[in-house]
Design a protein around this ligand. Structure first.
Ligand code: 5AD
Ligand code: SF4
Length: 456
């Protein structure tokens, strides 16, 4: 483990009163958290967040490469930034994240977009203040991609979006090598943070008003297998459950092959651990799951779901599902639709399979034509939405515990918060209850949110 040191953080900005930055983030919660760290480092260096990219002295694109779409968006943004840079040659443009961690990507970007000032990858993001100083002082570009993961770097300042709830990374990387997935190649092998560091971070957050944490990792169920002595994820949950002042604990993502009984029991037993499990299924066909290297069958997944439903009554179950994986027949796809109907998901992230260079599935024969993928995707989304609507309707008339997060996004006369099961609720209530746990009577269910009124 390394400790982040502040000695390289001195601000390179000597002439201007206040420099500003703007970060654009694509991808998963991990990337969001990395951006919060970049923002934390920048604020320590004396930078301030700009309202938008047009007012910024520094623009960072934190990229994702899980699907081709995410990469295309980055290219689109870079094209637009070229004009901004022409108008303001002092502007610094930085690129980082998973897309940059891919082989030859940095070289390609510098060839096509030579105005980019800085490129770094996922393993060396903690060195960002040093790179920024180099760019400012020498006015030359810095490109540094580290090819293997460093140990965990603790103590990087984090500028979190909310003071009420926070994402806390408990482990980095993934060892699973699902055949479609680029993540293990750009985020490296599994590395767990020590339970003490995690606890201390959460205690510190709680002392500043945080009431809810979401523990993050690509596969949280294999947390602690690399620690000496080993620490089970269920033990970590129990330890965090004892932190005074913390009200709610969530976690993601669970891999079905590693979600053991002790974790389900810990969720059932620990009062602060919320009744919500995100359990990516990817496909409802055992044949496809095998080709994906997921290491569970349809039947094993379903029996896990029944166990969760029995031991954690009322739990919300969410998932990730992919359509159009190589070799997926109409029958395989219908198996997925039937599984969605059988489980009755509260919600699901749905994806069209995207070929990723360097992954085994990219070389599989029987790639599915785009029109079939899209047609299946639309059918899947319809069934998922029906399932979400049904689940939400069951909340009508109920009284739910809500952690109040702030004003509603679309209607500032209302407040918003979430149920323990993670449902978004917009409601009439007292603004003084922001940051508090309150009771809300649910009056109406929409497809993606609930409506209600504070009763206590
Ligand atoms: N194509 C489409 N979806 C993908 N995912 C991961 N890799 C790909 C890919 N190549 C999805 C999986 C995963 C989620 C984070 O992204 O469903 O669970
Ligand atoms: Fe990718 Fe599979 Fe690891 Fe998830 S578990 S990050 S899908 S390789």
């Amino acid at each position: 483990m390394q400790e982040f040191t502040a000695d390289k953080q001195k601000c390179c900005n000597k002439n201007k009163i206040q420099k500003t930055f703007f970060i654009e983030t694509w991808g998963c919660q991990m990337n969001e958290e990395d951006s919060e760290k970049l923002s934390g480092m920048l604020k320590k260096m004396g930078y301030e967040e700009a309202k938008n990219k047009y007012h910024a002295d520094l623009i960072i694109l934190n990229t994702c490469c899980v699907r081709e779409n995410a990469e295309l968006k980055v290219y689109g943004h870079l094209g637009a930034l070229k004009n901004l840079k022409k108008r303001n040659p002092e502007l610094i443009i930085a690129l980082c994240g998973c897309m940059m961690q891919q082989k030859h990507m940095a070289e390609n970007i510098m060839k096509k977009f030579p105005f980019v000032d800085m490129i770094f990858g996922t393993y060396n993001a903690y060195k960002f203040p040093q790179y920024l100083n180099e760019v400012c002082q020498n006015r030359s570009s810095v490109v540094e991609i580290q090819n293997s993961e460093s140990g965990i770097v603790e103590g990087v300042p984090v500028d979190r979006e909310s003071t009420i709830k926070a994402f806390v990374t408990i482990m980095y990387g993934c060892n699973n090598f699902c055949t479609y997935c680029i993540v293990p190649y750009v985020r490296g092998r599994e590395r767990s943070r020590s339970p003490l560091n995690i606890e201390n971070e959460i205690k510190n957050l709680v002392s500043k008003g945080c009431r809810e944490v979401t523990l993050l990792g690509q596969n949280v169920n294999s947390y602690g297998k690399d620690l000496d002595p080993e620490v089970k994820f269920s033990e970590l949950l129990e330890r965090i459950n004892n932190i005074e002042g913390l009200e709610r604990i969530r976690f993601m993502t669970s891999h079905p092959k590693d979600l053991t009984d002790d974790v389900i029991d810990a969720v059932a037993k620990c009062d602060k651990v919320c009744e919500q499990i995100h359990l990516p299924v990817q496909s409802g066909s055992t044949n496809i799951l095998k080709k994906m290297n997921r290491n569970y069958s349809r039947e094993q997944y379903l029996s896990l779901i029944y166990k969760i439903k029995e031991k954690i009554p009322g739990a919300a179950i969410t998932t990730d599902i992919m359509v159009g994986f190589p070799g997926e027949s109409e029958k395989d796809f219908e198996d997925t639709l039937n599984l969605v109907r059988e489980v009755g998901y509260d919600s699901a992230f749905t994806f069209i399979y995207s070929r990723r260079r360097g992954t085994p599935a990219d070389k599989f024969e029987e790639q599915i034509p785009e029109d079939i993928k899209h047609e299946r995707f639309n059918r899947l989304v319809k069934i998922v939405n029906e399932s979400s609507a049904r689940k939400n309707r069951a909340y009508e008339g109920r009284t739910e515990e809500i952690l109040v997060e702030g004003l509603s996004k679309n209607d500032s006369t209302r407040l918003m918060g979430r149920t323990r099961t993670g449902k978004l609720v917009n409601f009439q209530g007292d603004v003084n209850s922001i940051g508090e746990l309150i009771k809300v009577k649910i009056s109406k269910a929409h497809s993606f949110s609930l409506l209600g009124k504070q009763i206590q």
